[in-house]
Design a protein around this ligand. Structure first.
Ligand code: NAD
Ligand code: MN
Length: 498
C-alpha cells in the first residue's frame, strides 16, 4: 500500500505465512512422492518455505480433477452471470489481500514490493475483473443460411487447459492465463515456475474462497523437466498455454505432436528494439522511458526494450541522459520503498547475465554499471548496465539477456534503423520515438512485431492483445481475442420446416 514504510514491509514479511502444498481438487495436498523443493528469496539467499515437488502422478490427479469438474458442468455449464460473480469476487479478494500478494512475488523472485503492490497485484485484480465482466457480454453467431436452416456458430470451452508460466511476473502471468481460460468455462491446471510458485498457490486459495468450485483451478508446483513436461505430454489436456523461453516453447509444440495434438499457445522470448529519431521533441521523456523500458523489473521483462537504436546526430547526448538515469537506479532491498531496482531471480540467471556483461566488455563500450553487487552483504543483484556502440552482430544486440543490460546502436537513416530492428529471430514489441506523424506510422507499419509503442514503451492493457511474431511465439494474451485460444468453434445445424 502507498504509505507503507520499509519497516512496515519488513514486519509484514516476517509474519507472512506461505502455502507450499499443491492445490488439487479444492484442497492443499503434498506431492504424492512426498518430495519438496525450497523456495528461495534471491535478495537474501534465505529459504522461504518448502514447496511440494509435483511430478507426473500429481499432474494426473490435477488433470482428472479438472476433467471431472468440466464434465459435470459445475463451472463449464454454470450460468454466465454466476460465473461472473465468482470471478468478480476473486478480483475483490485479490484487492483485499493486495499487500500479501505483492509480498509473495517480491520475496519469491526479487522484484520491488513497491512495484508489485502498485502494478502486479492490482493488475491481477483488474484482469480477473475484466474477464469476469466479459463473461455475460460475448455473443455467438448465426450463419446467413436462409429459411429452413438454422446454423449456430458457437464458441465452446475446450475442457482442461494446462498453463505453464515464468517467474518474472508470477502472479500476473498466472492471471493472464487463468482469468481468460476460466472466463471461457474451462478447468485449469497451472504449473508456475519453480523459482516463484507462492503467489499462484495463494491465488488458488482465494479463488476457492470466492466460490470457484473444486477442481476448476488446480496449481501444481514443480520443475519444468518433470511437472511441466508431464502437463505438455498429457493425453487429457486439451490446450497448453505457455509463457517462457523460446526453447521451451518449441518443446511444448513437440510434446503436443508426441501426444494428443493439444492446442499450444507459446508466448516466448524477445529482444525488443527502441528507435529514437532526432525529430523526437521530448528527449527527456524518451530517455526516462528508454531507461524504464530496460531497467524496470531488473530487465526481466519479455518485451524489455533491450536494443536502443539512436539517430547518430543525437546519440552521444542521448546516451549521456541514459547514463545519468542508470546511475540513479541503484539496486536495493526489494522491501525498501526507496529502492529503484530489486534482485535478479536466482544465482543461475545472475551468472547468465554476467557472462553477457563480461564478454561485452571486450566487444562494446561499457558506459554504465557492469558489476554484480550485493545489498546488505547478500543476494543476487546486477547494476543497471549500458553498452554503447554495440555492433549489429554482437550477442549483446542479438540474444535475449533477460537482465538490466542495454545495447545502444547508432543509425544514420530510417531505413537502416528499421532493417536492424527487424533483423532478429524475435518480434515481440518495439518502440518508436518521433514527432513526425508520417514517420511514426511508416515505421510502425514496417516493424514486424506484436506491439509497436509510439512515443511510449511497452504499451499494454487488458483491452489490447499481447504477444509476438516470429520466434516470440504466436500466443496472444489479454483482450477478448485471448478467449479465442480457450474455446473451439462449434457448428450446430438445425433443419426446420420453413
Ligand atoms: P523457461 O522457459 O525456462 O521456463 C518457463 C516455464 O517453463 C517454467 O514454468 C518452467 O518450469 C517450464 N519449463 C522449463 N523447462 C521445461 C521443460 N523441459 N518442459 C516443460 N516445461 C518446462 O523460462 P523462464 O526462464 O522461466 O522465463 C524467462 C523467459 O520467459 C524469457 O525468455 C522471457 O522472454 C520469457 N517471457 C515471455 C513472455 C511473453 O509474453 N512473451 C512473458 C514473460 C517471460
Ligand atoms: Mn524464489
Amino acid at each position: 500500500m502507498m504509505g507503507y514504510s520499509y519497516q512496515d514491509w519488513k514486519t509484514r514479511a516476517e509474519s507472512i505465512s506461505f502455502r507450499g502444498q499443491a492445490f488439487v481438487d479444492g484442497k492443499f495436498v503434498d506431492a504424492i512422492s512426498g518430495k519438496t523443493f525450497d523456495s528461495i528469496n534471491p535478495a537474501t539467499g534465505e529459504i522461504l518455505t518448502a514447496v511440494a515437488e509435483c511430478g507426473a502422478a500429481d499432474i494426473d490427479l490435477a488433470v482428472s480433477a479438472g476433467r471431472r469438474a468440466f464434465e459435470d458442468g459445475r463451472w463449464s455449464r454454470m450460468a454466465p452471470g454466476d460465473r461472473k460473480e465468482i470471478l468478480l469476487k476473486l478480483a475483490a479478494l485479490i484487492r483485499e489481500n493486495l499487500e500479501e500478494m505483492a509480498l509473495l512475488d517480491s520475496l519469491d523472485m526479487g522484484k520491488l514490493v513497491s512495484d508489485a503492490v502498485t502494478i502486479d497485484a492490482p493488475g491481477s485484480a483488474h484482469f480477473f475483473q475484466w474477464y469476469a465482466e466479459a463473461i455475460d457480454k460475448v455473443y455467438d453467431e448465426v450463419a446467413p443460411t436462409g429459411p429452413g436452416d438454422l446454423a449456430l456458430i458457437s464458441r465452446v470451452p475446450l475442457g482442461v487447459v494446462g498453463a505453464v508460466t515464468p517467474w518474472n511476473f508470477p502472479l500476473d502471468m498466472a492471471t493472464w492465463k487463468a482469468a481468460a481460460a476460466l472466463a471461457a468455462g474451462n478447468s485449469v491446471v497451472l504449473k508456475p515456475a519453480e523459482q516463484s510458485p507462492l503467489s499462484a498457490l495463494r491465488l488458488a486459495e482465494l479463488a476457492a474462497e470466492a466460490g470457484l468450485p473444486d477442481g476448476v483451478l488446480n496449481v501444481v508446483p514443480g520443475f519444468g523437466a518433470t511437472a511441466g513436461q508431464a502437463l505438455g505430454l498429457h493425453m487429457d489436456v486439451d490446450c497448453l498455454t505457455f509463457t517462457g523461453s523460446t526453447g521451451i516453447g518449441k518443446r511444448f509444440m513437440q510434446y503436443s505432436g508426441q501426444s494428443n495434438l493439444k492446442q499450444v499457445w507459446p508466448e516466448t522470448g524477445g529482444k525488443s528494439p527502441n528507435l529514437v529519431f532526432a525529430d523526437c521533441e521530448d528527449l527527456e521523456a524518451a530517455a526516462d522511458m528508454a531507461a524504464f523500458g530496460i531497467f524496470f523489473n531488473q530487465g526481466e521483462v519479455c518485451s524489455a526494450n533491450s536494443r536502443l537504436y539512436v539517430e547518430r546526430s543525437i546519440k552521444d547526448a542521448f546516451v549521456e541522459k541514459l547514463i545519468e538515469r542508470a546511475k540513479a537506479i541503484r539496486p536495493g532491498d526489494p522491501l525498501d520503498p526507496k529502492s529503484k531496482m530489486g534482485a535478479i531471480v536466482d544465482e543461475k540467471q545472475t551468472a547468465g547475465i554476467m557472462r553477457f556483461v563480461e564478454s561485452g566488455k571486450s566487444t562494446a563500450n561499457l558506459v554504465a554499471g557492469g558489476e554484480q553487487v550485493t545489498v546488505n552483504g547478500k543476494g543476487c543483484f546486477v547494476q543497471p548496465t549500458i553498452f554503447d556502440d554495440v555492433k549489429h552482430g554482437d550477442p549483446l544486440a542479438r540474444d535475449e539477456i533477460f537482465g538490466p543490460v542495454l545495447a545502444v546502436i547508432p543509425f544514420d537513416s530510417e531505413q537502416e534503423a528499421v532493417e536492424m530492428a527487424n533483423d532478429s529471430i524475435y518480434g515481440l514489441a518495439a518502440s518508436v520515438w518521433t514527432d513526425n506523424l508520417s514517420r511514426a506510422c511508416r515505421v510502425s507499419d514496417k516493424l514486424n512485431v506484436g506491439t509497436v509503442s509510439v512515443n511510449t514503451v511497452d504499451a499494454l492493457s487488458a483491452m489490447t492483445p499481447f504477444g509476438g511474431m516470429k520466434q516470440s511465439g504466436f500466443g496472444r494474451d489479454l483482450s477478448l481475442h485471448s478467449l479465442e485460444k480457450y474455446t473451439a468453434l462449434k457448428t450446430t445445424w438445425i433443419k426446420y420446416k420453413p
